[in-house]
Write a protein that binds this ligand. Structure first.
Ligand SMILES: [Ca+2]
Ligand SMILES: [Ca+2]
Length: 293
């Protein structure tokens, strides 16, 4: 066979092997195999395949956290770099729970679009001393009544605990909720915020949630404590496994969706490869017909 024919034969073999690897029955519940396949793709020769696998792994967080931690320590250079990017500034406590500062926020009102805006409650605490500082969120009115601060986190987790850093006139938080899909808000904590100045932290255990969430809403009654009740940062502690399966609230379908998407991507890849095979078969046919020139 000519070198050109031999190259084609190699490509066909490689394509067929890929099809064989991908064409196994799709098992949406088999996260290990999905994660394993995506991690393998992080070392693919094609940049777009590596990019796509990176995006899919990020969508599967935190369920694939154990796989990612292993790959971060033992994977190839490209894998380690990409896994580190997915994990971001993730912190783990000794129990393996994920700690995250909020990455975005919006509020029922804010004192201004810059200083004391909702975004000032994201990231790690940056208000060094207690007091009225623009590095923390403040509502428009000091004692206007009910205000909400909704915080978004990078990775969906089953919320376990929360630490609200209150930098000025603490004690006004009355409820903490999570939005689980289209359902009514899920109350994760309700009670008396006994946080004391200066620079107090409302550190409370959260009620079991039926599934992972990325958004948490703080509800404050600003009339409870005179003056602006400012929040500097919010640290969410979360786990991977559902804390309780007894709840009547449907779990957030983030994980199911991500797995479905991974399986769908595999189906599309198989389709693409089938088309590729058809094309290659046609080429072989032409080569044979043309006398292998
Ligand atoms: Ca107040
Ligand atoms: Ca802050």
């Amino acid at each position: 066979m000519s070198p050109r024919g031999s190259n084609r034969a190699e490509r066909i073999t490689a394509t067929l092997l890929l099809v064989a690897a991908l064409a196994g029955p799709a098992r949406p519940d088999d996260l290990d195999s999905v994660a394993g396949e995506l991690l393998r793709r992080l070392e693919d020769d094609r940049w777009e395949v590596r990019e796509d696998a990176t995006r899919r792994l990020a969508a599967l967080m935190p369920d694939v956290l154990p796989h990612l931690l292993l790959a971060r320590d033992a994977g190839g250079e490209e894998t380690r770099m990409r896994v580190q990017w997915i994990l971001g500034p993730i912190r783990l406590d000794p129990d393996g729970r994920i700690l995250q500062w909020a990455i975005s926020a919006r509020a029922s009102s804010e004192y201004s679009a810059e200083g004391w805006s909702a975004i000032k409650a994201t990231g790690e605490p940056d208000t060094p001393v207690a007091g009225d500082h623009p590095t923390a969120w403040a509502s428009r009115e000091a004692d206007g009544g009910v205000e909400t601060l909704e915080l978004e986190f990078r990775h969906a987790v089953v919320p376990v605990r929360i630490r609200v850093h209150e930098s000025f006139n603490p004690g006004a938080v009355v409820r903490i909720e999570a939005q689980a899909g289209e359902n009514a808000p899920l109350v994760l904590w309700e009670g008396k915020d006994a946080t004391a100045a200066p620079l107090g932290v409302l550190d409370v255990e959260l009620a079991p949630a039926p599934g992972p969430v990325r958004k948490i809403r703080l509800v404050l009654d600003t009339r409870l404590v005179a003056g602006w009740n400012e929040i500097d940062a919010v640290d969410l502690v979360g786990g991977i496994a559902p804390a309780s399966r007894d709840s009547t609230v449907s779990p957030v379908p983030a994980r199911e969706e991500a797995v479905r998407e991974a399986v769908e991507a595999r189906r599309l890849e198989i389709e693409r490869l089938r088309t590729e095979i058809e094309r290659l078969e046609k080429e072989i046919h032409e080569l044979v017909a043309g006398g292998g020139k």
